[in-house]
Design a protein around this ligand. Structure first.
Ligand code: PMP
Length: 344
């Protein structure tokens, strides 16, 4: 299975581009010249939020970590590359195997990128009704889409993926982001040290949404080890039928194996409407067009900011907004704009 031609030589562990470069990346800036696109994963910038913060104490700052600057366009490049490289290191992924997973979101794009850069075929199982732009992006990276029933949603994709692997277990490598400890490890080794470094150790709060929980678990763990007073704050949608792509409502979801709620200081629930409104305001007032989970994280960060007199709040923005232009996020923008600026 897979789409790569036989003449394409997959990299093996020990090859320069397969070496685990990311551990070293946390201590240095993004390089100007690289041998593999994967070496550009991480070292994303922090940008100060300056207008949405009106009314909060002048001694509180909010810094957004812009994960959309990763080469695959999202925070998921970090765990995807780490899990794939770890597969190479352990031998679970070797020439002849195909990377497979059931994901239509940012992880699928990130795995497709990693597979393309390392020379491994990638099969992504996703419901047939996933947006056209999503399908095009992963195809552009050379991945193959295996359509599952649109009526069965992501659970149907999970089941089909399991049955494909069960039929030929030696043929596939499944990164398993919900249970693979290398997912939070990518953040413990990358996102956390970068935030510590780029705030000069002054970070007081870390705010991030929960999808698999990899970002908040790994980043929070690193920061707490360096300063036990850092507040680790997770963000989730306030109900099961939310429209905040990328985030999970924990009470109604299968809890990921890597998610340990007891390590959090706090969890904040955000409504879809307030997440979308924050996205619209970030675009028009900060020049940051971002995804809906960034809006949720921003709303939570503002809530925290209003409660304190002093602090440095780092909020993780997982991606930019251009990949959601055909979703309810942007189709709802016109109504919001008319209501927010009735004179226009
Ligand atoms: N936001 C978006 C847009 C995502 O794709 C994800 C990953 N599902 C997250 C937030 C949450 O990240 P994590 O899986 O690390 O919890």
């Amino acid at each position: 299975m897979g789409t790569k031609s036989q003449s394409f030589q997959p990299l093996r562990v020990g090859d320069a581009a397969a070496a685990p470069a990311a551990a070293a990346a946390a201590t240095r800036r993004r390089p100007d010249r690289v041998t593999s696109i994967l070496d550009l994963v991480g070292n994303t910038p922090l940008v100060a939020i300056r207008r949405l913060t009106r009314g909060i104490s002048p001694r509180v700052s909010i810094l957004a970590k812009l994960e959309g600057f990763n080469p695959g366009g999202s925070v998921k490049d970090r765990p995807a590359v780490w899990m794939v490289r770890n597969g190479l290191r352990t031998g679970a992924l070797c020439p002849g195997k195909t990377i497979i997973d059931s994901t239509s979101g940012n992880t699928g794009i990130a795995l497709a990128l990693a597979g393309a850069a390392l020379g491994y075929p990638v099969d992504l199982v996703m419901p047939e009704n996933v947006s056209a732009e999503r399908k095009r992006i992963v195809r552009a990276y050379g991945a193959r889409i295996i359509p599952s029933s649109p009526l069965e949603g992501s659970d149907g994709a999970i089941r089909l993926c399991r049955s494909i692997i069960a039929a030929a277990p030696d043929r596939y490598f499944k990164p398993d982001q919900y249970f693979n400890p290398v997912n939070p490890l990518a953040h413990y080794e990358g996102t956390g040290p970068e935030i510590w470094r780029d705030t000069g150790g002054t970070v007081s709060h870390i705010v991030a949404g929960i999808g698999t929980g990899g970002t908040i678990m790994g980043t929070g763990r690193y920061l707490k080890e360096h300063n036990p007073h850092v507040q680790v704050i997770a963000v989730e949608p306030d109900d099961a039928w939310h429209g905040i792509e990328g985030l999970k409502h924990m009470a109604s979801s299968i809890v990921p194996g890597i998610y340990h709620e007891e390590e959090l200081d706090r969890k904040i629930s955000i409504s879809t409407d307030s997440a979308y409104e924050a996205v619209y305001r970030l675009g028009g007032e900060e020049g940051l067009v971002v995804g809906q989970s960034c809006g949720a994280a921003m709303t939570a960060a503002l809530q925290v900011a209003r409660e304190i007199e002093e602090g440095v709040i780092v909020v993780v923005f997982p991606d930019f907004g251009d990949r959601y232009m055909s979703t309810a996020l942007w189709t709802g923008w016109d109504d919001w704009y008319k209501q927010a600026r009735p004179a226009v």
